[in-house]
Design a binder for this molecule. Structure first.
Ligand code: 1HE
Length: 262
């Protein structure tokens, strides 16, 4: 692994070290994301160890992440500002469109760039202490880490506009209700739940995970006719993988789990 930034750590869990647990380690600064930490995230997700099949991102201390490190918001001209935002884009693209599904395990503040990081993940698990905000509006700036593309996909343009115009803060329960997180769990249990889900995801056929990460979001943005064609191509690729054939055969032979009523 190329990451040597002490503000970011990686540990492998699971019977075959198949789950990567990525920890933001800047609790004294509420895990605010400075340039070094953003680049370390990019490097880490570009170079996950072989054998890793799913990842969980969480924050140390009382908060997930306080967003952009405001102490680095120095004088930049327009071109430098664009390049800085593009650096965030490339790092968070490595999270969203990397090699494995990523779960954000949330607690405390998930604000500004912290929400942008969380929204680049595929699943968000929030504990009861979680709160969400986009204080960029009140700081006189704008989102720059992909938030204007990803957050409206979760909650819609109207809710994001309200968060930024009025400084509205959503608590954990309301966050789950509007779609900021898919799971709401008791205080202190988001990381455990995230690892549990990641372990389950790691056991999927790799082609299924690939299709969900790389085909589904693109299909959702295609015109229906194109989307249906892409879906057919992806379905055919997935079905023809030997692992899919083996899994279907196992079910037909009564050797695989049935879907259980929840
Ligand atoms: C920081 C940052 C930060 C804390 N950059 N240093 N994000 C924000 O506007 C959110 C700003 N932060 C907060 O509102 C609060 O810190 C929290 C609600 C997250 C946490 O509150 P609390 O009471 O636990 O901590 P604190 O006392 O406010 O902060 C502890 C230290 O962390 C303190 O430094 P210290 O040297 O005085 O101990 C804070 O200055 C420092 N700290 N947050 C720098 N964000 C790609 S564009 C994205 C654009 C954005 O993300 S804008 C939104 C930025």
């Amino acid at each position: 692994m190329t990451n040597r930034n002490p503000d970011l750590s990686l540990r492998l869990v699971g019977e075959q070290s198949e789950v990567a647990v990525v920890t933001l380690n800047r609790a004294a600064k509420r895990n605010a994301l400075n340039d070094g930490l953003i680049l370390a995230l990019r490097d880490l997700f570009q170079n996950l160890p072989e054998g890793v099949r799913a990842a969980v991102v969480h924050g140390s201390g009382d908060h997930f992440c306080a967003g952009l490190d405001l102490s680095e918001l120095s004088e930049r001209d327009a071109a430098q500002g664009v390049l800085h935002s593009r650096m965030w884009h490339s790092a968070l693209d490595c999270v969203e469109k990397g090699t494995v599904p990523v779960i954000a395990a949330l607690h405390g503040a998930v604000v500004g760039g912290g929400l942008e990081l969380a929204s680049a993940c595929h699943i968000r698990v929030a504990d009861e202490s979680t709160f969400y905000a986009l204080p960029e509006g009140t700081r006189g700036i704008f989102v720059g880490g992909g938030g204007s593309v990803r957050v409206p996909k979760l909650i819609g343009v109207a809710r994001m506009t309200d968060m930024m115009l009025t400084g509205r803060v959503y608590n954990a329960a309301d966050g789950e209700r509007i779609g900021l997180a898919q799971y709401l769990v008791p205080g202190g249990s988001a990381l455990d739940k995230g690892i549990e889900l990641a372990t389950r995801i790691a056991a999927n056929a790799p082609m299924t995970n690939f299709a969900l990460m790389h085909a589904l979001p693109r299909i959702a943005e295609q015109p229906a006719d194109h989307g249906l064609f892409t879906e057919a191509l992806m379905a055919s690729v997935a079905q023809s993988a030997p692992e899919a054939k083996a899994r279907v055969r196992a079910f037909l032979e009564g050797k695989a789990a049935k879907v259980q009523k929840s």
